[in-house]
Design a protein around this ligand. Structure first.
Ligand code: CTP
Ligand code: CA
Length: 227
């Protein structure tokens, strides 16, 4: 086995990344989920490791291989994701790329729901914990650099600005996921970086290049020294 001593701009930093969807069980065979391939989050985890960071990737169910040199924790639900994130702390940088399901059902069926009678089942929903907001608003143990994502289908910049304030994070990476853009599951992404410093729009890039550029940007913000 080869061992590479980490070097690079994020050497000595712990980077925590969430990625993929979460699955919220309805019964043993059904769940609620968001559309998310996990590609952007996995590319970011990989780029952070290549920049010399120790990386923990807390991932919902996706069809992707573990990025090399990254410690991957696989979870199903939003509550599992929050618990695994808590275990992985402390971190220097938190990057929350997961498409967390906003709601789960109040009562998960122990058995498969059956089509009995004429009425369709009504699902009562309850809000999931907001992982990004929970950690961003924390006084102690908050990663010094907190990055959220905003997948929007309209008013991308305006929604992202509001999200930045509401979540209490330092940066929002916003993108337009209306179906015409093909970003969902695709290999390209057009993002806007929204922070107190203003709005920076990047050209359309491969998700792997967005990841590298973002890691470079965060290395500077985290005050990392050049390797
Ligand atoms: N997020 C999270 N936990 C949640 C919901 C969202 O950590 N329960 C994070 C996402 O990973 C992302 C950011 O918050 O980094 C924004 O997610 P988004 O779904 O765009 O924001 P919401 O506040 O859920 O607003 P919306 O009503 O637009 O879905
Ligand atoms: Ca949401």
């Amino acid at each position: 086995e080869k061992f590479f001593a980490p070097s690079g701009p994020l050497k000595g930093k712990h980077v925590l990344v969430t990625a993929g969807p979460t699955h919220e069980p309805i019964d043993p065979v059904r769940y609620i989920a968001n559309r998310s391939s996990g590609k952007q989050g996995y590319a970011i985890a990989r780029a952070a490791a290549e920049a010399g960071a120790r990386v923990t990737l807390v991932s919902g169910p996706v069809d992707l291989a573990d990025p090399p040199g990254v410690s991957v924790v696989r979870v199903e639900s939003a509550r599992d994701m929050l618990a695994s994130v808590e275990i992985a702390l402390p971190a220097d940088i938190g990057i929350f790329a997961a498409a967390v399901a906003d709601w789960r059902v109040v009562h998960e069926g122990a058995q498969k729901l059956k089509k009995i009678g004429e009425a369709s089942p009504a699902l009562s929903l309850v809000e999931n914990p907001d992982i990004l907001a929970t950690l961003s608003h924390r006084k102690e143990g908050r990663p010094p650099l907190m990055v959220g994502f905003a997948a929007e289908t309209e008013n991308v910049i305006e929604n992202a600005k509001q999200k930045l304030l509401r979540k209490g994070c330092d940066l929002i990476v916003a993108n337009d996921v209306s179906t015409a853009t093909g970003v969902m599951g695709g290999d390209q992404n057009t993002v806007h970086l929204v922070s107190a410093a203003g709005v920076e729009t990047w050209p359309t890039l491969a998700k792997t290049d967005v990841a590298r550029k973002l890691v470079e940007h965060l290395s500077v913000l985290a005050g990392a020294s050049k390797a």
